[in-house]
Write a protein that binds this ligand. Structure first.
Ligand SMILES: Nc1ncnc2c1ncn2[C@@H]1O[C@H](COP(=O)(O)OS(=O)(=O)O)[C@@H](OP(=O)(O)O)[C@H]1O
Length: 287
């Protein structure tokens, strides 16, 4: 699989990465980290950040799959496939790195090296629905059960990468202590040009009007869904079975209304009020 991307797995490694190896990961000062809770718009942000860093030139992005342009830090497949760390250690600078880690589990070198970090948050209801469909198609994740069961698992933080509530508030609390740009999926959807301007400023990359238009076009849902470099169609069906649910599924704000029952919504609202502090980020559930 990896050979097809022009990548040769390093030969030295044979086993899984340990938590200690992850914590000892050496970030470089010019790394850019993209951090999210799963299904918050990671792939969208990767594409935007990558083209912004390339000054609006999309040609490089059209040749290499997104998962190779922004390796997944904590990816830990069984041998002989390379881990995220294996891939990253062999990548030239400046690297783009994807993670779903909560802030408190991030390898300390990202803070020590004063790396730029882009965090994208998405409202919990749409995230839960997107995550449910992702579990159905991702053959490396546990079976989600029915929507009712998954809803319960999500709300109680019993899903991979834990509690959505802890994740979005954990990164929010740190955003002024480090070089963190905290963005929202809903804001990008509402006004991509405004959010690209924030990225251009944060990444110190000047973009003219044409470049911004090019980025909006290249990163539109329609284009990313058709583009094999961004739609994960290069992964075989025993990893992502897109006949069950496509990776680029709907890309909307408010799709939760098609899944949540009235009772689920009431329970969600009640627990949301208890779990989200007043000082945390505030989310829009519809536009
Ligand atoms: N360009 C663009 N515009 C709008 N929406 C987009 C875009 N790219 C990805 N998406 C939607 O983001 C959801 C996938 O989230 P992630 O990329 O974070 O997934 S992952 O955690 O990295 O697996 C998933 O959301 P749902 O459609 O609601 O399931 C994708 O469709």
């Amino acid at each position: 699989m990896w050979g097809g991307f022009g990548f040769r797995p390093p030969t030295l490694r044979t086993g899984h990465i340990t938590n200690r190896e992850l914590q000892e990961f050496q970030a470089r000062p010019d790394d850019t980290l993209i951090a999210t809770f799963p299904k918050a718009g990671t792939s969208w942000a990767i594409e935007m950040v990558d083209v912004v860093r390339r000054g609006g030139d999309i040609s490089g992005c059209l040749q290499i799959p997104s998962m190779m342009r922004a390796p997944f830090l904590e990816l830990n497949p069984p041998p002989p496939f390379p881990s995220g760390i294996d891939i990253l250690q062999n990548q030239p600078s400046p690297r783009l790195i994807k993670t779903h880690l909560p802030f408190h589990l991030l390898p300390p070198s990202f803070v020590d090296q004063n790396c730029k970090m882009v965090y994208v948050a998405r409202n919990a209801k749409d995230t839960a629905v997107s995550y449910f469909h992702f579990h159905r198609m991702n053959k490396k994740l546990p079976e989600p059960g029915d929507w009712n069961q998954f809803f319960d698992s999500f709300l109680t933080g019993q899903v991979a990468w834990g509690s959505w509530f802890d994740h979005v508030t954990g990164w929010w609390k740190e955003k002024n202590n480090h070089r963190i740009l905290y963005l929202f999926f809903e804001d990008i959807k509402e006004n991509p040009a405004r959010e690209i301007a924030k990225l251009s400023n944060f990444l110190s990359k000047k973009l003219d009007r044409e470049a911004v238009d090019r980025i909006i076009e290249h990163t539109s849902f329609k284009n990313m869904k058709q583009n094999p470099m961004t739609n994960f169609s290069l992964l075989p069906a025993n990893i992502f079975d897109q006949s069950v649910s496509p990776f680029m599924r709907k890309g909307e704000v408010g799709d939760w209304k098609n899944m949540f029952t009235v009772a689920q919504n009431e329970r969600f609202e009640k627990e949301y009020r208890q779990l989200m502090s007043d000082r945390g980020p505030s989310f829009r559930m519809e536009l």
